[in-house]
Design a protein around this ligand. Sequence first.
Ligand code: MG
Ligand code: ZN
Length: 221
Amino acid sequence: MKIDVVHRVLKLNDEFAASVRKRLLDHEITALNLISAPGSGKTALLEETIGRWENRGQLAVIEGDPDTTLDAERIQRAGAAVTQINTEGGCHLEANLVQRALDNFDLDAIELLFIENVGNLLCPAGFDLGERFRVAMVSVTEGADKPAKYPKLFRSCDLMILNKSDLLPHVDFDLPYFEHTVKCLNPGVPLLTVSCKTGEGLDSWMEWLRTAVASTAKASQ
Ligand code: MG
Ligand code: ZN
């Protein structure tokens, strides 16, 4: 019986995700599902991204957190449209929540939508949110073994970001092992090493985003 229940939840989620995906494509919006552990720097990366994007009016962010609007306030200060989803203890976002959050935005104005998932490397990997790209992030303070321990996420991501590279000299982070594991789990996935403190790698990230946006425009034709 239990297995049936789980299947039904995921099937329902997939239906919502398909509807989100279609709605986004109809509006030529590129959506990214940003997944990492708490504190690895998702919101900081978004703040840097908003500051660098040519037209902030084209950016929107859905913030997923168990509680508070702290991250949404940071995004608002940075200048992008934002909606906060409080999961009230829930440890991941689901597509029906994203579907409802979309009603808060002017979809005709938006080009790029970031969905900052609840900080968690485990179950967000099991829920399609209707995103076009899934981005997994690890910071160097978390240790190089994270991809090996949470393979589902790292197998399913379209881009891998290693954040807080400025701290590499201060922590025991086995970079070759990390790179090797990522390569084994997800051959060919791009790996960007970035630092929101020093700005390292952010140009490559912006370039990746522009290419992603261009690919959506092509797909929606
Ligand atoms: Mg955050
Ligand atoms: Zn969860």
